[in-house]
Structures are given as C-alpha cells and as structure tokens.
Write a protein that binds this ligand. Structure first.
Ligand SMILES: *Cc1c(COP(=O)(O)O)cnc(C)c1O
Length: 365
C-alpha cells in the first residue's frame, strides 16, 4: 500500500458529544459525499454512537446504502428531484425533503404515506420553496406526513452578518405561515455547523451538522481553527515516499519545469497525486516527515508529487509521510491544503479519491 486515510472514529464520536452540548437539541449528522470522504457507514455509526439521532444525506443512493448496511436511525435525503424512486425511499423509511409542488404531487401519489420535510428558500437561492410558496400553503397534505420544515444558511460562517438574521426571520415567518394553514411539523431545522457553533438562536429543535463532526472548522479565518473550537480532526492522510534522491542546484522539477531547485537538496517523491485528490494547483502545502515540514516543489502529477526534503533530511525511499493531520505535531492540516489550493477543507477531504483506502485506526506520527 502507498497511501491511506486514517480515520479516528473516536474523534467523530467526541466531536458530536461536544457539538450536541452547545445547544442541547437533536443533532442530525450530515454524512453526504461518503461522510465528507471519511467513509459513509462507519462514520455514520460513530456519529450515532456520539449521540446524533438523525443522519442527513444529499442523495437517495446514499440513504439506501445506509439502510443496506443495517442503519436504522432516521435518515433525511434532501437532493431528490421529481422522477426519483420515491417508492423505494418510502419502503426503506427514508425521509424526503420537498422543494417543489411537482415533487410533493409525486410523493403524495405513493401508496405508503411518505415522511417529508418542507424545504424553504430563506435566502440561499438553492433548494427550497420560493415562488411556489403560496401554492404550497394551499396544497393538500393529507397524503403525506409532514415531519419537518427546514432551510439552509448561506453565510453562517460570518457571524454578525445581516443576511443570517434575515434568513432566520424568513424561516420563522415560513413556520408561522404553515402553522396558520394547520401544518405544524414537529422538527424545525436551520443550522449547519457554523450556526451550530455560533448561533444558538437558530438551533430550534435540531441542528444539521456536517464539517464540524469531522473535527474541521467551517471557516478557520472567521470562526477559529479546529483546536480553538474544541474539535479534533478525524482524518489523517499519509503516503509513502516512493523515492528519495539528491539533486543539484538548478534542477527543473516536474511538468512544465515550474520549479527549479535553488540549492543542492534532497527530493522526496510522494506516491499520491491529483487522481487521489491532491489539488494540482496546491502551492505552499507539503508533507511532514522526520519532525519537520517539507514543501511541495513543482507541479502535482496524477499519481505523485515532489517535496523538497532539504539537504540534511534523513528520510529514505519507502518512508511514510503525513500529508495532513490535526496539526498538533507541526504537520499541515486540511485547512492548510485548502488555503494552498484556493479552496476550503471541505473540498480537500471530500475529494480524497477511491484509490485511497480508509482505515479506521488511530493516527500515527
Ligand atoms: C451540507 C449541508 C449541511 C452541512 O453543512 P456543514 O457546513 O458541513 O455543517 C447542512 N444542511 C444542508 C442542506 C447541506 O447541504
């Protein structure tokens, strides 16, 4: 094996215990996109162990995979368009988000009554009812069970931003308008991770927490990093050094010779590339080996990238390096890789490719 993502499930459990305690309401653990790259089923089980009472996914396929693995907790799938296999969803007791009259009509026609959550667009401009809202208020809800009403924040990672208050007010108004026509969903949910952490007023009776359960900050610049939020990153990414070799000053490195060594040095060729989710444009990140950081030099290739180990490095071919971890030892973090590639930690962990095995073991240094 040449690369692995080590997932500390105990960290997921602990993070959820910590996050649940903030608002004291039910926590829906968001495990879409293979649990943000951490592995759907094992992570979902760890989340439930930590006190999550609901699971949330984008796709119906993700919800069905959880059921097939024997997970019996309530599951909400929110990216289900008209034409989806609603019958299968209902047969497997999967709650469905509804964002359109077309979807409501299809779901209402099922033999078995579906459990639905009405999604309201309060200012995200993505999913949720907006121009069909008045039609929804006069719709026939007798053929469904309305379990929830929810919406999603666009800027919860900017506490104090006016749009958050506007969205909260819009959500409250939507809930009141539904109540006025006799629709009183028992579960109201609005908060994502950032709001779970910073916005108690939006917790209602359930929060939908994603990135933070994996121990990562929704935005380390505005909210602080994992450590300052009391979270422990669950994923450590490691890879083997395929080759270590000495090169003279002036050596061009990689495609396009975008970098040239400034002095005699030792290079490490890391057996991981953009096919594994290492961003091709990453600049300023690197790996941790022998107790210090070795920065990327040159362009990331499909299966490999090169780091400058420095002339005195004792690393040798076959050694393992830490690509990112929790940062507690001096290694790079998923946040560092996000910044190095003009992106965010979310994109770093979700894009770790299928060639990289997920191993449910403690991190190693
Ligand atoms: C992804 C997602 C979340 C979780 O967002 P985080 O920022 O990861 O907490 C919550 N709700 C919806 C609708 C989502 O799509």
């Amino acid at each position: 094996m040449r690369a692995e993502a080590r997932i500390d499930l105990n960290a997921v459990t602990k993070n959820i215990e910590h996050l649940k305690a903030i608002n004291g309401v039910e926590l829906l653990a968001v495990v879409k996109a293979d649990a943000y790259g951490h592995g759907l089923v094992r992570t979902a089980q760890a989340a439930l162990k930590g006190g999550a009472t609901w699971l949330g996914v984008a796709l119906l396929e993700e919800a069905l995979a959880l059921r097939d693995a024997g997970v019996s907790a309530p599951i909400l799938a929110w990216l289900v368009q008209p034409g989806s296999d609603f019958e299968k969803a209902v047969e497997k007791d999967i709650d469905l988000a509804v964002s359109s009259i077309a979807a409501l009509n299809e779901i209402s026609a099922l033999k078995k009554k579906a459990r639905i959550h009405i999604e309201v667009d309060t200012g995200m401009g993505r999913g949720g009812f907006l121009e069909e809202w008045d039609q929804l208020l006069s719709a026939d809800f007798s053929q469904v069970e309305v379990v929830g009403v929810f919406s999603h924040f666009a800027r919860a990672d900017e506490p104090g931003e006016q749009q958050n208050l506007t969205q909260l007010e819009n959500f409250k108004r939507a809930v009141a308008e539904l109540a006025a026509v006799g629709v009183n969903p028992p579960i109201k949910h609005l908060s994502n991770s950032a709001a779970t952490i910073k916005d108690a007023a939006s917790a209602f009776n359930m929060v939908r927490t994603g990135i933070a359960i994996y121990g990562l900050s929704p935005d380390f610049k505005t909210l602080g990093d994992s450590k300052s939020l009391g979270l422990k990153p669950a994923m450590q990414l490691r890879a083997a050094l395929y080759l270590v070799k000495v090169v003279p000053a002036g050596s061009p490195i990689g495609y396009g010779a975008s970098a040239v060594t400034k002095a005699d040095t030792k290079l490490g060729v890391v057996a991981m590339g953009y096919a594994d989710g290492i961003p091709r444009i990453a600049a300023g990140a690197g790996v941790f080996v022998g107790g210090k950081r070795a920065p990327i030099i040159g362009r990331v290739s499909m299966d490999q990238f090169v780091v400058d180990l420095g002339p005195d490095s004792k690393a040798k071919s076959g050694d393992w390096v830490v690509v990112f971890g929790d940062g507690g030892h001096g290694e790079y973090t998923a946040d560092d890789w996000g910044s190095a590639s003009q992106s965010i930690c979310y994109e770093i962990t979700t894009r770790i490719g299928p060639r990289v095995p997920r191993i449910y073991e403690p991190h190693v240094y």
